[in-house]
Design a protein around this ligand. Structure first.
Ligand SMILES: [Zn+2]
Length: 497
């Protein structure tokens, strides 16, 4: 009896896995290849697939199989994790009334559309009632899912189970108290010369350069591909098919290089998830912050380091001869110069964190009801001035700059900074385990770094909690300590403090 239930459950989970992957491939096609006129029909196809997945996850058969397999729990750790995950999904999805869910989905689409128009017209009032309603829906949905008292923790739980508002508050306070005066101090110092980054870098040459860099750091081109799209992103598919996209700017080749390293970091993480997890639905990142940590490790810790460019600048010079007189040090300093901007996406590695902290504090105040939505643009400007020392000239470059809140990603931003903090720990532990790590990077040998990431993080996918991953890899609980140490060391050297 139990044997039969187990077999049937595994079959259902494999079917859900197939459908999820098919939907990822279709969505890649939609963003990269699809002819324009098929958009509406493709939307229907994707909606149909989502409905099929939902039906499998919430079926009465699923409920009965879960009951049979929960008591007693299986000795097989993978099966146990599959049952726990399916239970969480089942409870969450069946607790939300279907009409609430479809009303929200329709509202969400509309808000996203109106946000784009409001941004183009620089008119926050256009999207204001929709944003209010978006937050109201999110609060209602999260209260159905079992977080009636604290929507902030509830919403963050979607991206990293177990992380609470109190933890993020403490972590962000530590970061803010350090970063705000540190950035002010750096501002008053002489700035690195940006000239080494300037020039004309043909698109085709950038593509070839990025390909060599990606191969060196461990992206497997037999299990993925890189294409172009307006907004770079990675498909989260079966581990043998992890594709991503990039965008190239001919006046600065480092933008595409760092963006490829970021998306490539996500992709390397997913390409190396354990084979035993195929078809179980567990071959996904254990949390968004851990996934981001893997992307940011490639982009920032490696891609913005001196050793990395000591190795790759000579290769870059073969593609872009105008770099011929640039030294790795000058290049590295230019790449890491402070770039204080009201825009999150063009900011430097350091002030990026302040952009996130600003958003987190504002969304929390909106959810708590302590900040009226009407006052959001002014509050945004005030905080921007206070934390970054710059004020956006208009709302398009202020509160309207990012799509997140207008497409339902509320209490999502903190994942980026959590990823940075995880990286601080991972870097510290990696240097302990690979003492000549920097020399290896300088020589273009990334194999030990890749293997460290695979054996401590990637292969477990979602079978370990993020906190367990961190604990097992480093013996520590999450804090900002090592990340701040990394930033201090780096910028003290660059700015000759
Ligand atoms: Zn990312």
């Amino acid at each position: 009896m139990r044997q039969k239930a187990e077999e049937r459950f595994r079959t259902l989970m494999r079917e859900i896995d197939y459908l999820n992957n098919i939907s990822q491939t279709l969505s890649w096609d939609m963003r990269v290849m699809m002819p324009k006129d098929v958009a509406q029909y493709r939307g229907e196809e994707m909606g149909f697939l989502a409905g099929q997945i939902h039906a499998l996850e919430t079926s009465s058969e699923m409920a009965s199989l879960l009951q049979q397999l929960e008591e007693p729990p299986s000795d097989d750790a993978v099966l146990r994790a599959m049952v726990q995950k399916a239970r969480r999904n089942y409870d969450k999805l069946t607790q939300i009334p279907e009409d609430l869910f479809s009303a929200y989905a329709a509202h969400n689409l509309k808000t996203e559309h109106i946000w784009a128009e409001a941004r183009a017209k620089n008119d926050f009032s256009m999207v204001l009632p929709f944003l209010k309603q978006e937050f109201a829906y999110k609060k209602e949905l999260i209260s159905c899912a079992g977080f009636p008292d604290d929507p902030v923790t509830g919403l963050m739980d979607e991206w990293e189970t177990g992380t609470t508002r109190q933890q993020i508050d403490r972590l962000f306070e530590t970061l803010r108290n350090f970063l705000v005066p540190f950035v002010q101090r750096l501002r008053s110092e002489p700035q690195p010369d940006p000239a080494p980054l300037r020039g004309f870098f043909p698109r085709e040459k950038q593509m070839a350069f990025c390909r060599e860099v990606l191969q060196a750091v461990g992206y497997n081109f037999d299990r993925g591909r890189v294409d172009e799209s307006a907004h770079p992103y990675t498909t989260f598919n079966y581990r043998k098919d992890i594709r991503f996209t990039c965008r190239y700017f001919e006046d600065d080749f480092t933008r595409a290089t760092l963006s490829c390293l970021h998306e490539g970091g996500h992709a390397i993480h997913w390409q190396n998830m354990g084979q035993e997890l195929d078809g179980t639905t567990l071959a996904v990142s254990t949390s968004l912050p851990i996934d981001e940590s893997q992307a940011r490790f490639q982009e920032n810790i490696l891609g913005r380091s001196l050793a990395f460019w000591e190795h790759f600048l000579p290769l870059a010079k073969k593609y872009f001869p105008e770099l011929k007189s640039v030294s790795p040090e000058r290049f590295y300093h230019a790449l890491n110069a402070l770039h204080i901007s009201p825009l999150r996406l063009t900011s430097d590695e350091l002030t990026y964190n302040l952009h996130i902290i600003l958003r987190y504090e504002l969304e929390k105040a909106l959810l708590d009801g302590t900040l009226p939505f009407e006052e959001l643009p002014a509050a945004w400007r005030e905080k921007s001035q206070e934390y970054l020392g710059v004020c956006p000239e208009n709302d398009a470059d202020g509160v309207l700059q990012d799509m997140h809140w207008f497409s339902g990603y509320i209490c999502y931003y903190q994942s980026y900074v959590l990823g940075n903090c995880y990286d601080g720990h991972f870097l510290h532990a990696m240097k302990r385990d690979i003492p000549d790590m920097v020399d290896q990077i300088r020589q273009g040998d990334f194999s030990h770094i890749l293997n460290w990431n695979i054996s401590h993080i990637h292969r477990f996918a979602s079978t370990k909690s993020p906190h367990q991953v961190l604990w097992d890899a480093t013996g520590e609980e999450l804090s900002a300590k090592w990340y701040l140490q990394y930033l201090t060391d780096k910028y003290t050297e660059i700015y000759h403090l």
